[in-house]
Design a binder for this molecule. Structure first.
Ligand code: GPQ
Length: 802
């Protein structure tokens, strides 16, 4: 039976074809019908949104405002049709006119408004909150260019701009009626009024923030939420005087400076970018969002006493940390609150998630930069800092010696994590291990001062995208065996454990994996020109390229394997190593590692002695839509970061739920995967966090491992001697021999040994499929539905609006 939404969609598609193109579907071209389908789907969401937001208002429900510099949305058409349960109907409808919906899916570019895990997590949370009918609004920037397109030329990563709006702008609903002005630079003046000492921000430069709303659909729900993306433009258009004088370029300069704020996403992941433009981006979206939120609240309630009961503002990592002083500024300067009252409201409305312990990613800004760009904000931060330090001296004299580390302003810098901790009522990490490290190590002193603030919410993923849509065959099998309830409530997937001994199910699982491998093999053949063997074991490492994630360790093992096949007659199980990763544009070492992977791929491919056993493929331009093809095809999930460094990981969860078995260190959420599947269904290797720390403190010397291990020596000397296709990798050789900050060499032996265990397990087809089944069936706790429920109940204190 066709649902009512499908019926509406069809009528609307027909109508749009007429009105927009003076055409009909039968005679329409692909581009026209594509546009009609997206526009019609957006309209349905807009209507649902209207109804839902009415209810939220009527019930005066508490709302979540999720502030994030990144939302890695990916594509939306398939997700929206699937969520509306209209996918099959629309597919059939289009097919009647000779259109293949898959081609439309391929036409839609990813909205790549994020770098990696942090941004994708934000999008998964929007999906889950909506599916569970919680009111949430996401706030970010409408980057004209998302994460760059990666093109590999001769092994070297090149970046090209990603302009996505032309083809995906149908989802962006402009709201010119809600533009907001944001102020930069200028001076501050203090003067006495009848309200006491007041501060005025003068001579500022204004930038207009124009909102675009992207509607977020949920599955089996009345709710539709919005992701509000701000676009920057100048307040005054262009300079008519200069234009009249023929100074055309100069006349548009102001507009160019303003719009540069929302021009492009910074492509650095897990690393700070201390640039003026980045600070402007942060303040721009924070200020526009908070001005809007407070304005709406005040209009409704006429006071901010109730603000913490009606709103919670979530700070996704420190990138939106200026929420703390900006909310203070608005309450004091715009609404006349005195400091203490404003602080009470602010510190009870903000919650902060930390996503990394890597020191180079803990944001800090030079005082001068903040002071010149945001003088009023800086003066507020100074006062927050003064009071905070005073508080520590008075209440925790034992921490006086640590004040430099804890202060919000010290060593010439403004420390954003410290600001977030002082200004939020909740601070959480993103896996059990990570949250423990925050308490015992990174923010140890803060945990003494505010023991109740620190908590954990383990990350999760939306299985609707990552399982149901990306792996329809597996989703179908699950539906047959355990019913469709898991789509709404992933804890149901646990019932799949019952089929552990069911030969028919195990064999279906193998067939499904094979089909998914074929789909990926086709993609690889087309893009890389490499034929991969779908009977070989697919070993997958897909994620951002970062030293701490140790793609290099993976390559070292592959080179060792290559040498053993080539020179020692070793005959391993046929295996295909699949890599995909973007490196941040200025990150030399990361780009060298990509070059090494590509060189090893070439070397293996050219070698008739080896290529039947071993393939290495680097797939360019990793992004959400590509992940949806790679992940369901994986047999092995490589999660091999140095213990203590990966806050959580979420790719590990996506791979697990698609039946890949993890080969990993005891890091991030791998620890919880281990607990969920049991030691016999995962391959663990390497130093623990404690062992890493001990070795570090004893003094790590990579040469010791080099000297003690013949394979390491062989591999490193092979690299140095130009063994990899005659190419020069001296930089990597020296890096490993004399620095190796993430201890690749220390874990090498244990990693190689784990690989042999993997092979052995994979040879036993029945046993390996059982391992795979255990991973699928025990992935329930990694649903982002579970994560957001944790946030809703324990941090945000919000309820669904039905
Ligand atoms: N993460 Cl700080 C990012 O993707 N970008 C960042 O800038 C920071 C963290 C990741 C982190 O590395 C992963 O371990 C997490 O799983 C992910 O955030 C989501 O929490």
């Amino acid at each position: 039976m066709e649902n009512h939404v499908s019926q509406k969609l069809k009528t609307s598609i027909e109508k749009i074809m007429e009105v927009n193109f003076g055409n009909n579907i039968k005679n329409g071209n692909k581009r026209q019908v594509y546009e009609a389908v997206l526009t019609a789907t957006n309209e349905i969401l807009a209507e649902k949104r209207y109804e839902y937001s009415k209810k939220v208002k009527e019930q005066e429900a508490k709302q979540v405002y999720y502030m994030s510099m990144e939302f890695l949305v990916g594509t939306s058409l398939k997700n929206n049709l699937w969520n509306l349960e209209a996918e099959d109907d629309i597919k059939a409808f289009l097919a009647e006119y000779g259109f293949d919906i898959e081609e439309f899916y391929e036409m839609e570019p990813d909205a790549g408004l994020g770098n990696g895990g942090l941004g994708r997590l934000a999008s998964c949370y929007m999906d889950s909150m909506t599916t569970l009918s919680y009111p949430i609004t996401g706030f970010s920037i409408r980057y004209e260019f998302g994460i760059f397109k990666q093109v590999i030329i001769d092994g070297w990563q090149n970046e090209f701009p990603d302009s996505w709006i032309d083809q995906a702008g149908y989802w962006l609903n402009p709201r010119a009626d809600e533009e907001i002005e944001v102020h930069f630079f200028g001076n501050i003046k203090e003067h006495w009024t009848d309200k006491g000492l007041t501060t005025e921000h003068t001579d500022y430069v204004s930038v207009m923030a124009k909102p675009y709303d992207l509607f977020i659909s949920g599955y089996d729900t009345e709710a539709v939420n919005t992701l509000r993306l701000w676009s920057a433009k100048s307040t005054s258009g262009f300079n008519m005087d200069l234009f009249s004088k023929g100074e055309y370029v100069k006349s548009t300069e102001n507009e160019a400076i303003a719009s540069s704020i929302s021009k492009v996403l910074y492509p650095a992941d897990d690393k700070i970018e201390g640039k003026s433009l980045r600070l402007k981006q942060q303040y721009f979206f924070v200020s526009a969002s908070l001005q809007q939120i407070t304005k709406e609240h005040y209009k409704k309630y006429g006071t901010f006493e109730s603000f913490p009961d009606k709103a919670v503002i979530h700070i996704n990592d420190t990138h939106p940390s200026l929420c703390v002083p900006e909310l203070m500024r608005i309450l004091m300067d715009d609404y006349g609150y005195v400091w203490d009252a404003a602080w009470d409201i602010t510190a009870n409305s903000l919650a902060y998630t930390n996503h990394t312990v890597m020191s180079e990613a803990l944001e800090k800004w030079p005082i001068d930069l903040v002071k010149s760009h945001l003088p009023r904000i800086y003066s507020i931060i100074e006062e927050i800092n003064r009071r905070f330090c005073q508080f520590i001296y008075t209440n925790h004299p034992e921490l006086s010696a640590s004040i430099d580390k804890m202060a919000i302003i010290s060593e010439g810098m403004v420390k954003m994590a410290n600001l977030c901790i002082a200004g939020s009522y909740s601070v959480n990490g993103v896996s059990k291990l990570h949250s423990d490290i925050l308490k015992t190590d990174t923010f140890h002193n803060f945990n003494i001062v505010y023991p109740d603030k620190f908590t954990n919410v383990t990350n999760g993923i939306t299985h609707r995208r990552w399982l149901c849509q990306a792996n329809p065959l597996l989703s179908q099998l699950l539906t047959e065996k355990i019913g469709g309830g898991f789509k709404k409530s992933l804890s149901d997937i646990e019932k799949f454990n019952e089929f552990y001994y069911d030969e028919a199910v195990l064999s279906r699982l193998r067939e499904i994996k094979k089909e998914n491998k074929k789909r990926l093999a086709d993609y690889i053949a087309q893009k890389n020109g490499i034929e991969v063997n779908c009977d070989s074991m697919f070993d997958v490492q897909v994620k951002r390229l970062h030293e701490y994630k140790r793609q290099l360790l993976n390559v070292l093992q592959i080179i060792d394997l290559y040498r053993k096949i080539k020179f020692q007659g070793f005959r391993p199980l046929p295996q295909t190593y699949i890599f995909a990763a973007k490196a941040s544009a200025g990150y030399f070492m990361a780009k060298e590692i990509i070059r090494l992977i590509c060189a090893v791929s070439d070397m293996v491919e050219r070698d008739p002695d080896v290529r039947d056993f071993l393939k290495v493929v680097f797939i360019a331009d990793y992004k959400v839509s590509l992940a949806e093809i790679i992940i369901p095809a994986a047999d092995i999930s490589e999660q091999i970061s140095q213990a203590g460094k990966e806050a959580s990981g979420t790719g590990n969860m996506k791979l697990m739920i698609n039946g890949a078995v993890t080969l990993g260190t005891m890091d991030g959420a791998n620890v919880e995967i281990y607990e969920a599947v049991g030691p016999e269904n995962i391959f663990i290797f390497g130093l623990s966090t404690q062992e890493v720390n001990d070795l570090y403190h004893r003094g790590y010397r990579p040469e010791d491992f080099y000297n003690a291990n013949q394979s390491i020596r062989d591999v490193l000397e092979f690299i140095k001697s130009g063994g990899i296709g005659g190419k020069n990798f001296d930089s990597l050789y020296h890096y490993l021999m004399y620095s190796d900050p993430y201890m690749n060499l220390a874990d090498f032996a244990s990693y190689c040994d784990a690989h042999r265990r993997v092979e052995e397990a994979y040879r036993d087809e029945a046993r390996f499929t059982q391992m795979s089944l255990k991973n699928i069936a025990n992935a329930g706790i990694f649903a982002s539905d579970r994560s957001v429920t944790d946030y809703a109940n324990h941090i945000w204190h919000v309820k669904p609006v039905q």
